[in-house]
Design a protein around this ligand. Structure first.
Ligand code: GUN
Length: 305
């Protein structure tokens, strides 16, 4: 039987419309959420991602500013830009598009972002909060995957989830989020022996390896849910995921397509994080310390979800 397709485009449009309503409410209270996007260098893929993020801002009514720096920008230039954005009360979210040129330490840049403006959820504070089960800005891609699973009514608690890929952006936070929802989680990576033995166990298989066609039909449990986070451009220009979609779709119970699955959700969740950042900053003074205010603010946001 053919798998049910989980439609990320449709769900992302719903999330954006939810965001638009929340932006309108904030604007009525004289707060226009603003996202600052920092792009260093001229990598074509990064430029396209950034354009799509700016387009989504426009669609939901979030103000955006693009700070484009040349490929040979000094690390200190990026850091001083981040410090200025941290201090600007009109800026609620800061996103630094990765990867950065080699002379710039991504860690140093990300850890300089004020954690309450870190709408990517990459700052150590937010990474730690996620690991500790505390409310936080969660990274957008895995947050989008959780929304997709929930929208498709896929049970998570007690299920065996296998995450392929252990990156800071997707694999690790994905595993944390699934654990927070009481899945049993296996994380596979480039050094994993016998990948198939693990993936065959998966009730939920999330693949974020960046390798086209890595997951074949004989690696998937019949009726399982397959979430493909991969976005790979083939030499002919076509975009494919990490999963052999046509073959796996004959075996899985649910599957996300590429394009049109996880990708649109990532940007929709970025909009949601930006709106939440603006709402939180309008109520509470900025701080990245683990203060009472921060806890109170996030408890409110958590309840609103
Ligand atoms: N590069 C690839 N994915 C991402 C992401 O989610 N956020 C940022 N800032 N850069 C990326």
């Amino acid at each position: 039987m053919a798998a049910a397709i989980i439609d990320g485009r449709r769900l992302a449009a719903q999330v954006r419309s939810e965001c638009r309503e929340r932006v309108q409410a904030l604007v009525s209270a004289r707060i226009t959420p603003q996202l600052a996007v920092v792009l260093a260098g001229d990598e074509p893929a990064s430029r396209i991602y950034v354009q799509n993020k700016l387009k989504a801002c426009e669609e939901v009514g979030v103000a955006s500013t693009l700070h484009a720096l040349p490929h040979d920008a000094a690390e200190e230039d990026v850091l001083s830009l981040i410090r200025a954005l941290n201090a600007d009360p009109h800026v609620h979210g800061i996103l630094v598009q990765l990867p950065l040129p080699p002379q710039i330490s991504a860690q140093r840049v990300i850890f300089t972002i004020e954690a309450t403006k870190d709408v990517d959820g990459f700052h150590l504070y937010n990474v730690g909060a996620l690991a500790a089960g505390e409310p936080t800005f969660a990274p957008c891609t895995p947050q989008g995957v959780m929304r997709l699973l929930d929208a498709a009514a896929i049970p998570i608690e007690g299920q065996h989830a296998v995450v392929v890929g252990a990156s800071n952006i997707v694999g690790k936070p994905m595993a944390m989020m699934l654990m927070r929802r009481h899945a049993t989680v296996t994380v596979c990576h480039v050094k994993t022996r016998d990948l198939r033995a693990h993936t065959l166990q998966a009730d939920i298989l999330v693949v974020a390896a960046g390798r086209p066609g890595l997951i074949k039909a004989d690696m998937v449990r019949p009726g399982g849910t397959v979430i493909d986070v991969g976005i790979n451009r083939l030499p002919d220009g076509s975009i494919v995921g990490d999963v052999d979609f046509a073959a796996v779709a004959t075996k899985a119970g649910h599957i996300t397509p590429v394009p049109g699955g996880v990708g649109p959700m990532t940007i929709a969740m970025l909009m949601l994080n930006t709106v939440e950042a603006a709402a939180a900053q309008s109520k509470f003074r900025r701080t990245w310390q683990c203060s009472e205010e921060w806890h109170a603010q996030n408890a409110d946001l958590q309840k609103a979800r």
